[in-house]
Design a protein around this ligand. Structure first.
Ligand SMILES: NC(=O)c1ccc[n+]([C@@H]2O[C@H](COP(=O)([O-])OP(=O)(O)OC[C@H]3O[C@@H](n4cnc5c(N)ncnc54)[C@H](O)[C@@H]3O)[C@@H](O)[C@H]2O)c1
Length: 387
C-alpha cells in the first residue's frame, strides 16, 4: 500500500465489471473517505471489462486511472491491493482464486459462487493465501437492518418463533424478454447458476442467517413460468433453465420456523424485499421500499399504548448505526449508502484485524442453503443443509 501526501495510506482498487454493481461500488469507493475518517483511502487504480471504449468511458466517469480489457491482466498487476469482482456469477470463482493466488485482497459480489463446491474452492483460496475477503451482501448495512440486529442481540425479542422474508419483482413476466448477454445473463443458467434463488433469495438468506441463526433443513418448490426464451448469443429459442419463482420453508437452529418467497412474476413489485421476525416479547418488520424505517412492536409497552411503532432511523447520538456519519437528524440516506458502509467496514476490518462480515466463509453458508433449496425443489423432499 503506497503512501499519500495527506499521510493516509491507500487501498489500491482494481474493479472488474462496469455494470450496475461496478457503478454502486465505484460510488462507494469514491465517497467513503468523505464521510468516514479512516487510516486507508481507496484509490481507483484500474477498471476492467471487455469492451475498450465502454471501459474507458466508465474509467473517465468514475475516476479510474487506467483500464484493462482482460481480467487476468488486472489481477496480475502489482499496483493493486484489492480486486473487486462485479461480473456475472459464473466468473466469480475463477477470478477470485486467481486474485487470491496473486496475493490480492478479494471483494466479491453475491452470490459467492455458482454452487457450494465452487464456494468451498474460493474459501480455501483466500484462506490459504491469507488475504482479506468479503462478499457484498449489502442489505446488512442498511441502518434500519443493522438496528434490527442490535435489538435482537440485546434480547429484545426473546425467543424467536417465526422468520419470514420475501423478495418480489415483476420484470420477466413478458415472454419477449430474451436470455443471455448484458444484464440478461440473470436468465441464463450457464452464467447465473440459478434464478431467483441465487439472485434474490440469497440476500434474504444472508440476512436471516445473520439476524436469526443457521438453517438446518429446507423444503422448497420452484417454477419456471416461461419455458423458452430467445438466447441473445445464438439468436435462437432456447430452454430456460433458471427458477423464475421459488418458495421454501425451513427450520432454524434456534427452533424458529422460516418462510421465504421470491419471484420475478409479482406484477407491481420492483424490488420488494421485506422481512418480519416474531419473538416472544416483540416483533420486527422491515421493507426495502421504505428502507429507513424499522417497524417494532413491543409487548412490554403499556397496554393502552401498545402498537407497531415506525422508527425513522436517523438519530445522530450514535445509538442508530452509521447515521452520525451523514447529515443531520431526520434526514435519511438510501440504497447507495449501504455500499459506502460496507467499504468503511471492510477498511475497519483491515485496521482492527477483525474481518468485516460476510467473509467468503460466511457467504458459503448462504450458498449451502441455496443449494439445499434447489435440491429440495428438484427432489420434492426435505433436505438437510450441510454446515
Ligand atoms: N449486492 C447486490 O445487491 C447486487 C445487485 C445486483 C447485482 N449483484 C451481483 O453483482 C454481479 C454483477 O451484476 P451486475 O448487475 O452488476 O451485472 P451487469 O450485467 O450490470 O454488469 C456486469 C459487468 O461485467 C462485465 N463482464 C462480463 N463478463 C466479463 C469478463 N469476462 N471480463 C470482464 N468483464 C466482464 C460486463 O461487461 C458488465 O460490465 C453479479 O454477481 C450479481 O449477482 C449484486
Amino acid at each position: 500500500m503506497a503512501g499519500t501526501s495527506n499521510k493516509k495510506e491507500e487501498l489500491r482498487i482494481g474493479l472488474i465489471g462496469c455494470g450496475f454493481m461496478g457503478r454502486a461500488h465505484s460510488n462507494a469507493f469514491n465517497r467513503v473517505a468523505n464521510f468516514f475518517d479512516q487510516p486507508l483511502v481507496p484509490r481507483l487504480v484500474a477498471v476492467c471489462s471487455r469492451n475498450e471504449q465502454q471501459t474507458q468511458q466508465f474509467a473517465d466517469t468514475w475516476g479510474y486511472e487506467s483500464i484493462e480489457t482482460d481480467w487476468r491482466a488486472l489481477v496480475d498487476r502489482n499496483d493493486i491491493d484489492a480486486v473487486d469482482i462485479c461480473v456475472p456469477n459464473h466468473l466469480h470463482c475463477e477470478i477470485a482464486t486467481a486474485a487470491a493466488a496473486a496475493g490480492k485482497m478479494v471483494l466479491c459480489e453475491k452470490p459467492l459462487a455458482m454452487n457450494s463446491q465452487e464456494g468451498e474452492t474460493m474459501c480455501r483460496a483466500v484462506e490459504e493465501a491469507g488475504v482479506a475477503n468479503m462478499v457484498w451482501y449489502n442489505y446488512r448495512r442498511v441502518p434500519a437492518v443493522m438496528l434490527a440486529s442490535q435489538l435482537i442481540q440485546e434480547g429484545k425479542l426473546g425467543r424467536v418463533f417465526h422468520y419470514r422474508a420475501n423478495f418480489l419483482q415483476d420484470w420477466t413476466i413478458s415472454q419477449d424478454v430474451p436470455q443471455g448477454g448484458a444484464a440478461l445473463w440473470r436468465l441464463d443458467a450457464a452464467e447465473a447458476g440459478s434464478g431467483v434463488t441465487g439472485d434474490l433469495l440469497a440476500h434474504c438468506i444472508d440476512t436471516a442467517l445473520w439476524l436469526n441463526s443457521s438453517i438446518q433443513n429446507v423444503t422448497a418448490m420452484t417454477e419456471t413460468f416461461v419455458k423458452q426464451r430467445l438466447h441473445q448469443s445464438t439468436g435462437e429459442l432456447a430452454p430456460v433453465k433458471i427458477d423464475d419463482a421459488c418458495a421454501f420453508l425451513c427450520r432454524f437452529e434456534n427452533g424458529s420456523l422460516g418462510v421465504f418467497e421470491s419471484t420475478r412474476y409479482a406484477r407491481g413489485h420492483k424490488a420488494l424485499y421485506t422481512l418480519e421476525i416474531n419473538g416472544e416479547h416483540a416483533s420486527l418488520r422491515w421493507d426495502l421500499h421504505d428502507l429507513h424505517r424499522l417497524e417494532y412492536f413491543s409487548h412490554d409497552d403499556e397496554g393502552r399504548l401498545r402498537g407497531w411503532r415506525s422508527i425513522h432511523v436517523t438519530d445522530h447520538d450514535g445509538s442508530q448505526p452509521y447515521m452520525d456519519k451523514w447529515w443531520v437528524p431526520g434526514l435519511q440516506i438510501g440504497y447507495e449508502h449501504t455500499f459506502v458502509h460496507q467499504v468503511a467496514d471492510f477498511i475497519d476490518g483491515l485496521a482492527t484485524g477483525e474481518p468485516a462480515a460476510p467473509t467468503f466463509r460466511d457467504a458459503l453458508a448462504t450458498q449451502r442453503v441455496c443449494d439445499a433449496v434447489l435440491e429440495s425443489a428438484e427432489s420434492g423432499s426435505w433436505i438437510n443443509v450441510l454446515q
